[in-house]
Design a protein around this ligand. Structure first.
Ligand SMILES: Nc1nc2c(ncn2[C@@H]2O[C@H](COP(=O)(O)OP(=O)(O)O)[C@@H](O)[C@H]2O)c(=O)[nH]1
Ligand SMILES: [Mg+2]
Length: 242
């Protein structure tokens, strides 16, 4: 029997979960991502938000959609920002539980059941790369930038996170329903976290086995993104923003 302290997906009705996947030029990684996430055999609705890819990503996704019904595609046509991709994906979602995951397989799709189990206890759950058993390879400025922003976020918003900038999260619809997200860049992460935290939500965490990408490279420009994140960190603290 399940007790509240030992959440399990077993025995629950198979409720559909929406999975928001931001994609920018991930044609090479998508076949692996799709086969791994589909192998989970969970009732998932995949919402891909293509942010103006030019490498055949969109065409590949359209073919997959033709073959399977549980794929939704939002096409931006041009790069409108990572944050805008997530905001549009969340807006298009309808399920009671939503997962956000990058398409580049750095976050293992196999961690999805862990996040859903933790979502039974917290309205929002982040997959932390720094709680895992292994120390992960990460450029120092990136590690310390994330650590600094996470620390200040914890201080200002009363949280206990270790990895604010993780690309894998789980959200109950009730945690973000009614909020509007206006930040188009990576600072969307701060906007989302801040607005949800300001509602009194304590964000949960689970460890994730992160595997830095083997092919392609991060498309993030770190210094401007860091500065925008600091601005948002302070801006959303001042008053309640819905
Ligand atoms: N960097 C970046 N990634 C985007 C954008 N739009 C969508 N993405 C997707 O967002 C995810 C995270 O991007 P990535 O460059 O791997 O960031 P990192 O993992 O933090 O280094 C990937 O699945 C990208 O394909 C964008 O405008 N910029
Ligand atoms: Mg990545």
């Amino acid at each position: 029997m399940n007790t509240p302290m030992q959440p399990s997906l077993e025995g629950q009705p198979a409720q559909r979960v929406d999975v928001v996947v931001p994609v920018l030029n991930e044609r090479e990684m998508l076949p692996r991502f799709l086969s791994r996430i589909q192998a989970l055999d969970l009732p998932l609705n995949l919402i891909f938000v293509d942010n103006g890819s030019t490498d055949g990503t969109l065409e590949f996704l359209a073919l997959q959609q033709g073959a399977k019904a549980d794929i939704q595609i939002i096409a931006h046509g041009r790069n409108m920002g990572y944050g805008r991709s997530l905001a549009d994906g969340l807006r298009a979602s309808t399920a009671a539980r939503v997962i956000i995951i990058d398409a580049d397989c750095e976050y293992p799709p196999e961690a999805l059941p862990d996040l859903l189990a933790a979502l039974e206890l917290s309205p929002m759950v982040y997959a932390s790369r720094f709680r895992g058993a292994k120390r992960i390879a990460m450029a120092p400025f990136r590690r310390w930038g994330n650590r600094g922003l996470t620390g200040f976020f914890n201080l200002l918003y009363g949280q206990h996170l270790t990895d604010l900038y993780t690309g894998m999260k789980a959200l109950r619809r009730t945690a973000f329903e009614g909020l509007t997200f206006t930040r188009n860049g990576f600072e969307h992460v701060m906007e989302l976290s801040a607005k949800v935290a300001r509602r009194g939500v304590r964000i949960g965490e689970v460890p994730v086995a992160y595997a830095p990408r083997q092919t392609g490279r991060s498309k993030m420009r770190h210094i401007p993104e860091f500065l925008k994140a600091v601005y948002c960190l302070l801006y959303y603290r001042r008053s309640r923003h819905e």
